[in-house]
Design a protein around this ligand. Structure first.
Ligand SMILES: [Zn+2]
Ligand SMILES: [Zn+2]
Length: 366
């Protein structure tokens, strides 16, 4: 009905708008690619430099490279036969306490390690708006490796960050598996032959089952849709296949692989000091909680309401924040104290409230 020449203004406007957006997106993509390449170059330079520090070392078997659609990843530089240890790495934060300790630990690692940490991908894990985590936590949770004590399947006992290993992308049927040494170094070994140029992958979540199931788990924990070959071909991983996948996780052996990012004695000492500092805080918190507990007990006996008790507990637990402020040996910012105090307070609060509910039940005659 309308002739093409009628009212041409909006169409040109819309086109111009679309072109502008397209250009803006292309610019952003270019910047992102440049940034990825810069990070890859820095990591490769650091790997090569570290390899040079060891007399018995060999040229690294892999390099860090941008992988289309996946950010950065590790790619084989030459043929790697099944069973080869590809990489061995030390954790950058040796501290294995609450987040506040890990955060302080990061504040104290050398600047280059700190920069490599901050370049890792970040994700909100608390699903709250606004997010309740610190930028550090958002990176840590997404990139950490869980270290399971022998025969302990209840959950990871230690979690650590390994700067290079954290760059390995997921695949539901991967070509490597990770293991830990007694020193809690992570080792990555080939569980299949890997060809030059092939991406090095690992399984983030010990996955089995249908594609839909695996993708749901990955979406929940890592917020991405897995496009690995097994997922794209919609192949179910059977229990037997999964067992083979895990059984092939070989115990780390003595190798000549260069240990990357080995912690210096100063770094180890600093983390020990942080550990001691937090140990002292825990003693203070325990004393505080015992006092709160006494108040709760007395109030429960007097038949105080849950609401009144909540207020009492919260006000008394304010002592946690004050304790951190009074003992701020590491110069935590006000904001960080606030966040970590609220995490620590929340945990104590839940414990106290559960206790109060139990006491109240004892004293209430319904
Ligand atoms: Zn969050
Ligand atoms: Zn997959």
């Amino acid at each position: 009905m309308d002739s093409p020449n009628e009212n041409p203004e909006p169409r040109i406007g819309a086109n111009a708008e679309r072109n502008k957006r397209k250009k803006e997106l292309a610019k952003q993509k270019k910047l992102k690619n440049q940034e990825e390449q810069r990070i890859a170059d820095t990591l490769n330079a650091s790997i090569n430099k570290q390899a040079g520090n060891y007399a018995n070392s060999v040229e690294p078997l892999f390099e860090v490279k941008p992988i289309p659609g996946k950010g950065l990843g590790l790619v084989a530089r030459r043929f790697i036969s099944r069973g080869t240890e590809i990489l061995r790495e030390d954790a950058i934060l040796k501290c294995n306490r609450e987040f506040i300790c890990k955060e302080i630990s990061l504040m104290n690692v050398p600047n280059d390690k700190k920069a490599r940490f901050m370049e890792l991908q970040s994700q909100c894990n608390c699903d709250q708006t606004p997010c309740l985590e610190t930028p550090f936590q958002r990176i840590f949770e997404l990139n950490c490796f869980g270290f399971y004590a022998e025969k302990d399947f209840r959950g990871p006992s230690n979690t650590y960050i390994y700067l290079i290993s954290a760059r390995i992308n997921h695949d539901c049927m991967p070509n490597t598996a990770g293991a830990f040494t007694e020193e809690e170094y992570v080792t990555v070994q080939a569980i299949k032959d890997i060809h030059p140029g092939e991406e090095i992958t690992r399984d983030y979540h010990n996955l089995r089952g249908t594609t839909q199931f695996r993708r749901t788990i990955l979406q929940q924990h890592y917020k991405f849709v897995c496009e690995c070959t097994t997922c794209v071909s919609n192949t179910t991983i059977t229990e037997a296949q999964a067992m083979v996948k895990f059984a092939m996780r070989e115990k780390p052996r003595n190798t000549t692989t260069t240990l990357l990012h080995k912690a210096t004695p100063e770094e180890i000492k600093k983390d020990k000091d942080i550990d001691q500092w937090f140990g002292a805080r825990l003693v203070d918190f325990a004393i505080l909680q015992r006092a709160v507990d006494g108040t709760v007990r007395a109030q429960a006996a007097q038949g105080i309401s849950t609401e009144e008790c909540t207020n009492t507990i919260l006000s008394l637990l304010g002592g946690i924040k004050k304790n951190l402020e009074d003992n701020n040996a590491y110069g935590l910012s006000e904001e960080l104290i606030e966040t970590h105090a609220s995490i620590l307070t929340q945990a104590a609060f839940e414990k106290m409230m559960a206790h109060f509910a139990k006491l109240k039940a004892q004293f209430t005659i319904d």
